[in-house]
Design a protein around this ligand. Structure first.
Ligand code: ATP
Ligand code: MG
Length: 248
């Protein structure tokens, strides 16, 4: 991977690093045309959150981990942006949780799938992580969705009870919830349909969330499901936080 030109002391280093990862991924054919637009919207919301993990996001992160740790068939669904921005972090998380990942992209072409598999397999080898990567063949469909966006793997997304889908699309999130799954999402936009449909919404930036998750799991912390968890309160806390940033 080519090196990023900016110095780590640059005040916008993290943001530049993420953009660099997307540029590299685009060159390798890993991304759909709309990937950079989705990222731009995320960046705008991250500004409004102060580019930090707010306390309600950390509560949602712990709740999501408690669900994943106690699941029978947990799975992590990956799209192009997730693989490009956080391939290492997401494989580390899957390794900690002993769960498979499934590459599941909307604009599925053999070239894109190959580029994504190659990238993840390279990381897997370099880091020596034994993680099952599903998605090469789709053999099941998510009910209620039209066309190729419904395709998934039977032994992955289809049969999962708990699914982490970072950066999910609103109607797919709704269809997964309708299947009776516990759907955990990461979305910087607390107003999106995804954020409002999910069982647990982590309103935070993808790489920050995955780093937090890996640190919490490595620390051996005892994760307990909060039985009266209210996702609306998590969203309200994010709205309130944005409100304080916008108030002059
Ligand atoms: P929805 O389909 O849920 O109604 P949308 O169509 O507005 O939302 P999409 O284009 O489907 O949004 O997905 C992009 C979403 O991903 C945006 O809401 C954006 O905030 C979020 N996003 C982009 N990059 C990141 C990131 N690095 N971390 C967390 N969230 C991100
Ligand atoms: Mg959408």
């Amino acid at each position: 991977m080519s090196k990023i030109a900016a110095d780590p002391s640059h005040p916008r280093y993290q943001s530049l690093l993420m953009r660099h990862r997307l540029e590299e991924a685009r060159k390798k054919g890993m991304l759909a045309g709309s990937a950079l637009i989705a990222h731009g919207r995320g960046e705008a919301f991250d500004y409004l959150l102060g580019e930090q993990t707010i306390s309600s996001a950390l509560i949602a992160t712990r709740q999501a981990l408690a669900h994943l740790s106690s699941a029978k068939h947990p799975v992590i669904s990956l799209n192009g942006n997730v693989v490009a921005l956080a391939g290492e972090e997401v494989l580390q998380l899957a390794y900690h949780l002993k769960c498979p990942v499934e590459i599941n992209i909307f604009y599925r072409t053999p070239e894109r799938m190959e580029a994504l598999f190659n990238h993840l397999n390279e990381i897997k080898q370099q880091m020596g992580l034994d993680v099952e990567i599903l998605g090469a063949e789709s053999n099941a469909r998510i009910p209620g969705l039209e066309g190729p966006r419904a395709n998934c793997c039977k032994q992955g997304i289809f049969e999962s009870d708990v699914i982490l889908v970072p950066l999910e699309d609103g109607d797919r999130c709704e269809a997964l919830v309708a299947m009776g799954k516990t759907v955990l999402v990461i979305d910087l936009n607390p107003f999106s349909r995804t954020a409002r449909m999910a069982s647990v919404t982590i309103v935070d930036e993808l790489t920050r969330v995955l780093t937090n998750m890996n640190e919490i799991l490595s620390s051996g912390e005892n994760l307990q499901l909060t039985t009266n968890f209210q996702n609306e309160q998590i969203l309200q806390a994010a709205f309130d936080h944005i409100g304080t940033v916008l108030t002059p």
